[in-house]
Design a protein around this ligand. Structure first.
Ligand code: CMC
Length: 436
């Protein structure tokens, strides 16, 4: 194929530059050749919030936001949600291919082997207030695992990485379930190796005095599908954090805790909790139109709507709507669904949302299912973090193995003072607080 070139003329100097275009991108560091004079550091690109900057090459997840397409390792999300279990998809995301039966059996056994928490970690969880937010407990406990497994610091050792990946995927449901039971004041339930990943999670959440927990298969499958849908989503805010922290060669436990912290924000994974608060605030279908008018007038956002990449229907939201119907057969219909459907209908016909291409995202309907399953809204983001741990770890592996990656260290455009004379304390006057 003919080499693609971008030609640029710098109007300051009339110098002409040529930059190779690869995969639809130029290298931002090539711009440094563009200088207005000998003292010039070279041209930078300015891109707050990475609106148009690719920070890595990745072969894991593909999204076409205009067409509403999401694929893991080339497989459409719809097929995977229909045909696979969560751990099968986890294997695909981590290793690039769907597993054979034997590979899956070994992987499941490897993950299951690591579901227990050290008793000291359990004690650590007991130190939280009864009303601590489960996401805070989750983040802190994942970080605390770094102290239990100091060998995780050997991030350049592939065998160690493999072990930590299995430990993390095995333990995150246990941490989540313990955080949930802690908030209810219930005793912790130990993992049951005979159950599937999702059934075991349900066992640790909901088993009371029965000798063996039997999960409702419809609910277990719905949760498994939700886990599949949330497993990875290319370079979103938390994945970017995973990569940024991982680029310093910090261990994967603290990297995952940092990524989960990013996830907890209301503009990211915390949106599912906010959607339920919003639906509560709206209260009934009759109030939907008024609420939308308030949003359009600049009072808050429609939570669970909009996406940096999707400018079409989020394919995950479509599957979640389908899963919700299955769940409601078993649990009864969540009345919030009617408000949500009305909100979606009115918003999708409204010029404000059409013009800005704002569609429901994954968080719009997931909370309604989680609530029907019996979770309080504070648990919703933790339910997102469990499967996303797989995506974070796959992206972390890819980063560590990528010879082009270095420590993440963006540039800035300095807008502060030039060098100033130091003022001794007795001569200082109160100045207007400067945020510069
Ligand atoms: N409700 C009302 N207006 C919105 C919304 C919304 N949910 N989202 C974006 N807009 C408007 C925004 O005000 C802006 O309008 P204008 O051009 O007049 O200034 C325009 O749409 C473009 O929005 P933006 O803020 O530049 O878009 P972004 O790509 O920076 O932000 C987003 C993406 C997801 C943070 C944002 O859409 C949002 O805050 N949504 C609500 C929170 C949410 O549901 N987050 C979950 C995202 S999906 C799952 C995940 O990542 O965890």
């Amino acid at each position: 194929m003919e080499k693609q070139i971008l030609s640029v003329v710098d109007s300051r100097t009339n110098d002409r530059y040529e930059f190779p275009i690869e995969n639809g991108a130029i290298r931002a560091s090539d711009l440094r050749q563009i200088r207005s004079g000998a003292d010039d550091f070279g041209l930078m690109s300015f891109d707050p919030a990475f609106l148009n900057t690719a920070s890595c090459r990745s072969a894991i997840t593909f999204i076409d936001g205009d067409k509403g397409i999401l694929r893991y390792r080339g497989y459409p999300i719809e097929r995977l949600a229909e045909k696979c279990t969560f751990l099968e998809v986890a294997y695909l995301i981590l290793y690039g291919e769907l597993p054979t039966e034997l590979q899956l059996k070994n992987f499941v056994a490897g993950v299951t082997h690591h579901t227990m928490l050290h008793e000291k970690t359990k004690n650590f969880l007991e130190g939280f207030n009864h009303d601590a937010h489960p996401m805070g407990m989750f983040i802190s406990t994942v970080a605390a695992l770094s102290t239990v497994y100091p060998d995780a610091r050997r991030v350049l050792d592939p065998e160690s990485r493999e072990l930590q990946i299995r430990r993390l995927i095995g333990k995150v449901p246990t941490i989540a379930a313990y955080a949930y039971r802690h908030s209810l004041g219930y005793p912790y339930i130990y993992p049951d190796d005979e159950l599937s990943y999702t059934e075991n999670f349900m066992n640790m959440l909901w088993r009371m005095v029965e000798p063996k927990y039997r999960a409702n298969p419809v609910l277990a499958r719905a949760l498994d599908i939700l886990f599949i849908l949330h497993a990875d989503h290319e370079q979103n805010c938390s994945t970017n954090v995973m990569r940024a922290v991982g680029s310093s060669q910090a261990d994967p436990f603290v990297c995952t805790a940092a990524a989960a912290s990013a996830l907890s924000g209301p503009l990211h994974g915390g949106a599912n909790e906010e959607v339920l608060k919003m639906l509560d605030e709206i209260g009934s279908k009759d109030n939907v139109r008024g609420y939308i008018e308030k949003v359009k007038a600049g009072h808050g956002k429609l939570m669970g709507f909009g996406h940096r990449i999707y400018k079409n229907y989020d394919p995950r939201a479509r599957i979640i709507k389908w899963a919700a119907d299955q769940v409601f057969v078993a649990t009864g219909r969540n009345p919030k669904l009617d408000i949500a459907l009305e909100l979606e209908k009115i918003a999708l016909e409204d010029e404000y949302f059409i013009k800005r291409k704002l569609y429901p995202n994954v968080d719009f309907y997931s909370g309604i299912i989680y609530q029907a399953l019996g979770f309080k809204p504070e648990m919703f983001t933790v339910l997102f973090a469990i499967p996303r741990t797989v995506g974070w770890l796959a992206q972390w592996q890819e980063l560590i193995q990528d010879p082009e990656q270095k420590i993440a260290r963006p540039r800035q455009l300095y807008t502060g003072y030039d060098a100033r004379e130091f003022v001794p304390i007795e001569k200082r006057a109160i100045r207007a607080a400067a945020s510069r």
